[in-house]
Design a protein around this ligand. Sequence first.
Ligand code: NCD
Ligand code: ZN
Length: 347
Amino acid sequence: MIQTLVLTRPDDFHVHLRDGVGLNALVPITAAQFERALVMPNLKPPVTTVAMAAAYRDRILAARAPGQSFSPLMTLYLTDRTPVDEVARVADADFVVGFKYYPAGATTNSDSGVTALANIYKVLEAMQKHGVVLCIHGEVTHAEVDVFDREARFVDDQLAQIVRDFPALKVVVEHITTTEAAQFVSAAGPNVAATITPQHLLYNRNAIFTGGIRPHFYCLPILKRESHRQSLMDVATSGSAKFFLGTDSAPHAKGTKENACGCAGCFTAHAAMELYAGAFDAVGALDKLDDFASRFGAAFYGLPRNTGTVTLKRESWTPPSEFAFGTDSVVALTVGQTLDWKLETAQ
Ligand code: NCD
Ligand code: ZN
């Protein structure tokens, strides 16, 4: 039985670091696990310009703990009114690597999102031309579509169209949760990839309802039935370079999760690599973790491989249940759990 795993220092290609007082607590947590992270732009107001992303990046860099090595990679928030010119500015700014497409109303802070695909066609054309990546929250938002079907419907209604009309556009389908999305990405060209979160590899939708309602397991896209989880495990451990690590760690203050109308988002940043190691270990695929966590994402984004290493040890431990989050606290997804892997050192 493998007891120690040495990996190339990994990257998180989808994280929410928030802003303001929360940032100072969150950045050191992600930087303890990852060398680089792709930072989502769904702040209030959203990060819509390279100038805003540059200022946000400076705040993130200032929030690192002393001696921490960590480089944030930025995304811009696509709106109905994103000017085509912004694409060239992104292409020139090496710290901004893509645009995030949120269908309006799909998730937390997505009210400025895109209301119709046609509104961003000129921008997508420019992105294709400049090699700028489109990161997609792949869910339709129509109230009549069952919440568990929203990703599969997006694949049929929008993703197929985007990939058909912009065949050379680099696309990352973020936090995929279904067999349909896994199959679509597998069958598409090498310019189409996907991130997968730890919660979607480890849990099915029963986790939300075990013995009562469990708000810390509620994220969007929502956890799906077991057959989908198995499809995600299959592609994550397949060795395909199209599937790579993106935690979607999305902290919310405790009181806004444990609430009559609780926010969507799971906080996993404090134990991200441990959670992924547990998932890969469960199917005997620890040998595939290095590629998934530390190589495929960087290769897709055209970034150099990290040079440092991290060590994971087989060790039973219980993470803290809560972490400081500004003047509040955030409850970890792992609350009440014991983990089998522990991240030891970053070099
Ligand atoms: C994210 C958040 O809280 O910002 N929530 C979530 O459930 N994943 C937004 C997102 O990525 O959809
Ligand atoms: Zn997210």
